[in-house]
Design a protein. Sequence first.
Length: 151
Amino acid sequence: MNLNKVLLIGRATKDPELKTTTGGTSVVKLGLATNHIYKTKEGEKKETAQFHNCVAFGKTADVIAQWVKKGQEIMVEGRIEYRSWDKKEGGKGFATEIMIDNFQFGQKAKGTDGGGRESVRENKEESDNVVPVIDLNEENPPAEGGEDLPF
């Protein structure tokens, strides 16, 4: 039996980078930070961060690029892939990436309305936990505010 499955819940380290392959497929790169909190032998609380390179294709890439902003919490489910290549200046380059199969939005970045803009809502605590529900089977996912976003 073989299994290569990853489940991460963390925050976007920057806005996703959307590109298109020569064949017209959308590809998004997403940096994801996860934290681990533990206590030392002396009882001191410590926290470490791990940074993950995540990649998604197709509609998944389009939706992540449209809705995820730096600081947004997101859960990704996928598999680990390792790549290597020959560098132009000599030697080998290596990358470890999480290939996203599924994802789910979490809490928005603090102080934003999900679009990277400052929130001006009265009931900020409640409204900051609301994220759009997007059906990946739809041909065109809804844009924020019912309008197409210019990117």
